[in-house]
Design a protein around this ligand. Sequence first.
Ligand SMILES: Cc1cc2nc3c(=O)[nH]c(=O)nc-3n(C[C@H](O)[C@H](O)[C@H](O)COP(=O)(O)O)c2cc1C
Length: 304
Amino acid sequence: MNTTYLAFAPLQGYTDAVYRRAHHQCVGGVDEYYTPFVRIEKGEIRRKDLRDTDPAANEGVPTVPQVIARDGDEFARLCDALQEQGWQRIDLNMGCPFPMQVKAGRGSGLLQHPEHIKEILLEMQKRPGVTFSVKMRLGQECEEEGLRAMPIINEMPLIHLTLHPRLGKLQYKGTADAEAFARFRDVCRWPMVYNGDLCGQQPVVGGPLKGVMIGRGLLARPWMLGNKEPHEVVLAMHAIIYRHATEHLCGDSQILSRLHAFWEYLDISHKQKKAILKATTLLRYREAVAALNLPFVYVDELIQ
Ligand SMILES: Cc1cc2nc3c(=O)[nH]c(=O)nc-3n(C[C@H](O)[C@H](O)[C@H](O)COP(=O)(O)O)c2cc1C
């Protein structure tokens, strides 16, 4: 792909620190890996999230920690925690469409509360040592929500704005709207990064872009940016993730749920995936992976 900046999108439950490191070591080609959002739950910052942003877990991997916040106060607490860990680069999530977050006024729900976005702007201005970016959707219910937030976003000290041109209420339905992206670019003073439904191709947005961010396309084809054979990449990444899961998690069900996540989006045939995903013990799982009889049959090859 011919863009200057390429980012691996954050995907909660999939792109944890181990996955990011495995991809960086086995494939590379990504400028920055975004962490799934660090959140406040029941009044506390989730410890699990802070373990994922622990600099030791991300050593050597170009990582951008992401936070999700409903207002200036939550944003300040999250930034404090990340800055204590040593981060000087933070991404703000204004795009998560999950109903629980939206109802709490976070993610794409924040776009409906310009007064809270202003509070966040003030908190950013208090932290000149931090480089911020924002990842957002067009709006929660309508595009006007996002456009109304743009003058505030233009005052934020950002390195770039990543836009996934869908409404939050649509979750992942329909297709990303490149024309809507262009309307935001017209009013955005920051370099823009395009995100949504990309799988290696260049987005057609009729104007300059800083780069692209890819999520599910890279989960499906983690090998896409390198020059190794797909099955080599899958095996090498799997070895790292398998080893980490069996060393750090307890019990077959916890281990299997982490391992299943690795295969869920992978672009292999349905039959091969089904055998792995239905394994309920680690022994069965290992048998199913061994039975894949590598190299895999990829969906691409089936279509040809
Ligand atoms: C399971 C799942 C988890 C996600 N978690 C996050 C997240 O933690 N933070 C975020 O900004 N976006 C999150 N997203 C959105 C993706 O980063 C990305 O914006 C979206 O998938 C569109 O890009 P894609 O079509 O390249 O996947 C998530 C998406 C999915 C499907």
